[in-house]
Design a binder for this molecule. Sequence first.
Ligand code: ADP
Ligand code: MG
Length: 387
Amino acid sequence: MNSFTELHGHAPEGEWAAPGRVNLIGEHTDYNGGFVLPIALPQTCRAQARRRPDGLLRLWSAQGGGPVTELRVADLTPGEVPGWAAYPAAVVWALREAGYEVGGADLRLESDVPSGAGLSSSAALECVVAAAYNDLYGLGLSAPDLALIAQRAENAFVGVPCGIMDQMASMCCREGSALFLDSRDLTSRQVPIDLADAGLALLVIDTRVKHDLADGAYAALRAGCERAAALLGLPALRSLAPSDLPAALPRLPEDLRPLVRHVVTENARVETAVAHLDTGDLTALGPILTAGHASLRDDYRVSCRETDLAVEAALAVGAHGARMTGGGFGGSVIALVAAPEAARIAAEVTAAFHRAALTPPHILTATPAEGARRIVGSTKSRVVNAG
Ligand code: ADP
Ligand code: MG
C-alpha cells in the first residue's frame, strides 16, 4: 500500500541505508573539539529515492505517519518545516546553502533505529538523505563532508545544537570497528573491536524515557564549556590535558569546574579505551565505561534516575562496565557483559525496573555495523568515499 511506486507514481532510482550509533566512550566531548569512540548499529534508516526535475521534494516516512509531505526545494526556510520532515528537508537546504545546485526528489523512508532513545535516529535520517543526494546528484562529497552537511542541517535548519559525533558515526563507521574520531579536525581511525571473539556482548538498554529538560540543558552545558574555554584563553576545552587541571580549575567560577573536569577526564578515557582496543583487551573497557558514567552523573550532571538504575542494576549482576550513552536525561545505557551472561543480565535489569515501578526498558545487543551506503542501485558497496 505504501510502496515507493504507490506513493510517488514511479520506481526509485536506488536505495540507501544509514545506521544509528552507540558511543562507547567520549560523551559531550565532540562540541569541545575532543575525542569520541562510536560504533554504528545494525539498525538503519533506509531511503528509496528518485530525482525530480520540477524542484519538488516529496517525503514519506513509515515512522512519520501521515501522507506524503510536499515541499518546494527553492522555498526551504529554517524553522518553517514542521515535524519530522524538517530533518530530510534540512539536508537538502544545507546542500544548497553549501553551493550545490541540487533539485527535488521523491523519498520513501523507513527506519528501525529506535527514535528518541539516544541512538541517533535523527542522524541516521539525515545521513541517508545526504548519501542518496550525493549519489543521485553526482556531488562526489566525502563521508566527512556529508556528515558536516548533515550536522549543519540539524543545527541551523531543525534547530538542534548537536555536535558532529552522530553524523560522523553514521557516515563513517565500518563494520567490525569503532570510529576513533578527533572532533577538532575530523581525522579518524577505524579501531577493530571483535566482541564475539573476546567472549563479550554489548547490551543497549533503552530506558524509554526522555526528560523534558534535555534540549535546553544541552545548549546550556555547551555554552558553559565554551565560556570556560574562553576564560582559560583556549580555543576549546580539548586543549586542556589532565595534568593541566589542578592549575586551570581554580581560575574558573565554581559552577564551571565540574564541566571542565568531565570533558578533560572523558577525553583521557577515550584515549585509554583505544589503547585497550589496540592491544585486544576488550574487558578492560568495562571500568572505563563505569568511570565515564560516574563523571556524567556527578560532574556533568546529565544522568537521571532511569539511566542510573540501568547502570547500577547491570553492574550489580555482573556487567564488566556500564554507562549512559548519548546526550543524557534519559535515552540509553550500554553495558559490557560476558556473552553467555547477556540474556541473564538483560532479564535482571528488566526486573530491577519492575521493582522500581518503572516502564521496562527495551534491550538489544549491538555489534559494530557499517556506515552509510547504497544498498540497491548501481553498486552494493559503499558509495561515499571514506575521505
Ligand atoms: P535520537 O536522534 O536520539 O533518536 P532525536 O530527538 O534527535 O532523537 O531525533 C528523533 C526525531 O527524529 C523524531 O522525533 C523524528 O522527528 C525524527 N526521525 C528519526 N527517524 C525518523 C523516521 N524514520 N521517520 C520520521 N522521522 C524520524
Ligand atoms: Mg538525534
